[in-house]
Each structure stands twice: as C-alpha cells, then as structure tokens.
Write a protein that binds this ligand. Sequence first.
Ligand SMILES: NC(=O)c1ccc[n+]([C@@H]2O[C@H](COP(=O)([O-])OP(=O)(O)OC[C@H]3O[C@@H](n4cnc5c(N)ncnc54)[C@H](O)[C@@H]3O)[C@@H](O)[C@H]2O)c1
Length: 384
Amino acid sequence: MNVGIIGAGTMGSGIAQVASTAGYTVKIFDASEAALNKAETSLEKILNRLIEKGRIDNQEKERIQNNISYVGRLKDLSGSDLTIEAIVENLEVKQNVLSELENYLCDKCIIASNTSSLSVASIAASLKKPERCIGIHFFNPAPLMKLVEIIPAIQTSEDTLQTAIKTISDWKKVVAVAKDTPGFIVNRVARPFYGEALRIYEEGIADFATIDWSLKTIGGFRMGPFELMDFIGNDVNYTVTETVFTAFYFDPRYKPAFTQKRFAEAGYLGRKSGKGYYDYSEGATKPSPKKDKEIGQQIFDRVIVMLINEAADALFLNIASAEDIDNAMTKGVNYPKGLLAWANEKGIDWCVSKLDEMYDEYHEDRYRCSPLLRKMNTNNKNFF
Ligand SMILES: NC(=O)c1ccc[n+]([C@@H]2O[C@H](COP(=O)([O-])OP(=O)(O)OC[C@H]3O[C@@H](n4cnc5c(N)ncnc54)[C@H](O)[C@@H]3O)[C@@H](O)[C@H]2O)c1
C-alpha cells in the first residue's frame, strides 16, 4: 500500500516514520522545501538514537529511510492508496489543498485528515467524493503514542472506515473510533484535568505544587495538571479549551480559566518559554507541596469525578464505545487507568453523590451529573 502524507512538520514526519516502520511506501509532500529537509534530517537523528539505544540496527534504519521519499509537488502523491493530511489547522487551507489533491488520486484512494479540532464533515464537504474522507488523528509524538482516533464523518463510507481501521491497526496502533464531535474523545474527556485543577487553584484551595502532588501521589498520574500544562504550553492548551468551549455552544463544563489566559498573555507559556506555573530557568528550585493528606484527597476526588463524569457523558452521547473511551485515555494521554474502570472502582454511587454535592454547593451547570451515571446508580449497574 502506498501512503501519501501532506505536511512534513511535527505530525506529518512522525506519521511518515510510523508508516515506513510498518513497511509501507511513503511519499511526503510539503509546500516548504526547508520543512522537507528538516523532516529528513530529524528522522536520521531519531533513527541514530534508536540505534544507540539498541532498539534497531543499521539495516532497519536503512529500510525505514528507503521507504520514504520527500517530494516537492502535490501531484507526486498520485499513486497513493491512502493520503493523510497534516498541514496547518485552518479549514480553508485544508479544503483547498485536499480538493486539489483529489484531482491527482485514483477513485479508491482514501483522503484522511489529522485535524485535532475541525469537523471532518466540513473537510469532506470540499471533495467530489466525500465518502472517501475520514479523520485519522495521531497524538504527538506519533511514533511513541499508541493511540490513534479514527473519526468517520457523516459522509464517510463503511469501506473507508474499515480500511482505515485495518491499516492503522497494521501500523501497530490502538484504534479508538470516535464520533465527529469537538475534541473527539481525548481532547474532550481530558478537559477537566486542566479545568478543575485551575478552578481549585482559583478558589484558593491549594497552590500549583500541591494540586500536582495530589494528582500524582493519590491519583497515580505521571504529571500533575500544572506540570502538564507547562509541558504542552499554556498558549496551546488554552486554545484547545477555548475551541472546545466555543464548539460546544459555551457549555460551562468546558469554560476556560482566566488564570491560564493571563499566563498565556504574559508569555508564561511553560517549559518552552522558561517560565509557566513553574520556573524552568537554571538553578530555579521547585516549590514544595503542602502534603496534607485530607486536602490532597479532596483535590483528587474533585478532579477525578469531573473526569469520570465527562467520560460517562461521552458514552451517554455515543461518542465512542466504553472500551474505546478507556483505551483513549490510557493510550492517548497515559492515564494510569481508564476513567470508566475508575468509576467502577470508586463506586457509581460515590460518583453521583460527589457530583451532586458539588452541584448543591455551586449551583453551576458545570457540575451537573451525567444522566448515564444517575441511571446506572438507580439500576445498580457498573461499566463493562
Ligand atoms: N502538534 C500536535 O501536537 C498535533 C497533534 C495532533 C494533531 N495535530 C494536527 O496536525 C496538523 C499538523 O500539525 P503540526 O503540529 O504537525 O504542524 P507543523 O506546523 O509542525 O507542520 C505543518 C506543516 O505543514 C506545511 N504546510 C502548511 N501549509 C501547507 C500547504 N498549504 N501545503 C503543503 N504544506 C503545508 C508547513 O510547511 C509545515 O511543515 C494540524 O492539523 C494539527 O492540528 C497536531
């Protein structure tokens, strides 16, 4: 199978590496020659590092490199069976590039987009054969992250969906199929990890270090929310939240926090700017958390129940299957457990009472309990 990739940036070059490692022939196109050169040299570096670590040998490196060619015209992708677009996140640009691309492709070639936030239906609408269009959403860095969300648009044919699932599984990825709704699975369900942590800080319940300590030691998360926001970049993370919030017609569950907005405006972006919620300059010491077990537990309970509520609501609204929702969070953002499995462990009755308790306290729609959790509690049911 021949794979064509449009865009040789962070995601496009990572996807090319994944496909070529799986033995597929890849052609990668970018409008910028510099981007193509950079992709080629950075792959060389990545493969050399894998050799140093003893993960691959020279022969494997050559095989992976030989499977990829770097091309300077969109037309050069004409022999593809599957194309994946990973250019700028701009609907009009994507529509223009993909409608031009369609002229060069055979009728059976799939046209996929790696978009994180645009509707796949709107991208498909620019094609003569929209049934061949699908969302194939990789996570960064594509070679390391196990999860790929596959998003059929309402126009997508069953054939296109099945071929996409089969191909991506063959690339040794875990597939989660999601409905074409804002944030798909991961970027929707993960919002409270940041949002509720920011809210807890804004209420003055605890500082950044204490909230991070709680989620890491009690929750078992690899990074606390503030460490993670600093890692992702406060500008990027804020924009995702704002996009999801707007796309959901301003549902208060996704409301962005002023704290993060101000950090982004001030240029306190996190690791990449040297300062975010923490100071990353040389010699800086990290503030110590207040290791109060009771407060730590309160913080963890509040964040986890909001995450569980979001996962349950995604299931309630048929965004994905229970298995795919749990896989998405463990394989896409490395959560220590799937959120629905976590709900079983905490007890569905506990989840409902905790959410009702917060709703009673705040009287904000943000804390409304998912109808699915409530129904399951009434019927004494568990997930799975
Ligand atoms: N970076 C992430 O964490 C991430 C994760 C998942 C999905 N995505 C999505 O993947 C896509 C690419 O993101 P990225 O981070 O790799 O971006 P990037 O800026 O690293 O790379 C984009 C590349 O596309 C090229 N390009 C731009 N317009 C083009 C055009 N008209 N024709 C051909 N090439 C063009 C640019 O030269 C650049 O090399 C976006 O849709 C983004 O939302 C990004």
